[in-house]
Design a protein around this ligand. Structure first.
Ligand code: MN
Length: 247
């Protein structure tokens, strides 16, 4: 799946029907699935693939270093893709879209949970970075951030606090909260994300994401997660955040 296809499939709902054999494996999950959701996700074609970066691995220097980008994308993300393909083989998710998988996965399927989340989270993350990024956001997202958090600086402080407060591995998100439709900063452990309806309490549509696993920063920043978060602001692709927010 290339970047465009991935982005198009991120949050769009199709009118497709989901026609898969209802095996014993799936019974519990399907019984619990919201019937309305069944029509929202088109099946996918073929295996999941690693989306190419739309910029060179060294394009985010001096903020994010080349070696971290190469290993993070080419090794870590690639492994999530490979393991996800293996984990969904011979399951009712064998041809399901990633969004459908995330909406349905439970703690009973850790390999699908971890690698499905790993694939989706990183695909989003790469698209949220740009060598031309950074600065204070304008547009609708800039207005909404000010209205919700008081100022861009107050938003940054809260986001950073959430990033430093996440013990161990995980992600920090700016989401449009499912019920209130308001912006909210949340974090999740490991590769969970706010689309995992059956696993995560604070759900919604992510519009900004930061990977706070040590693999995202250790080569350059060692244990200094705070410095990594501060550096992140220099490469945020606010144009893409705006697109996701207004989509
Ligand atoms: Mn990562």
């Amino acid at each position: 799946m290339n970047k465009r296809t991935f982005l198009q499939s991120l949050f769009t709902a199709g009118a497709g029907l989901w026609l898969l054999p209802r095996t014993k494996f799936a019974a519990a999950d399907l019984a619990a699935a919201d019937e309305a959701d069944q029509a929202h996700y088109l099946p996918r074609e073929g295996d999941f693939t690693l989306p190419a970066l739309t910029y060179a691995a060294d394009a985010l220097e001096p903020h994010f270093d080349k070696m971290t980008m190469e290993i993070h994308h080419g090794k870590h993300h690639a492994a999530y893709v490979k393991n996800l393909n293996e984990a969904v083989k011979n399951t009712p998710w064998a041809t399901a879209s990633i969004e459908k998988i995330l909406a349905e996965v439970t703690a009973k399927h850790p390999a699908v949970r971890n690698n499905g989340g790993g694939h989706w989270n990183h695909s989003l993350f790469w698209s949220l970075l740009s060598p031309k990024g950074g600065g204070e956001p304008g547009g609708n997202i800039g207005e909404a951030i000010k209205a919700t958090f008081g100022s861009y600086q107050a938003f940054q402080e809260q986001f950073q606090k959430e990033a430093l407060g996440r013990f161990g591995s995980g992600w920090v998100w700016l989401i449009v909260e499912e019920k209130s439709k308001k912006l909210k900063i949340v974090s999740t452990p490991n590769q969970d994300n706010p689309l995992m309806k059956k696993l995560v309490k604070e759900r919604g549509k992510p519009v900004l994401a930061l990977d706070v696993w040590e693999h995202a920063y250790y080569l350059k920043f060692q244990n200094k997660r705070a410095d990594f978060v501060k550096t992140f602001w220099n490469v945020v692709n606010w144009q893409e955040v705006e697109r996701l927010f207004t989509a």
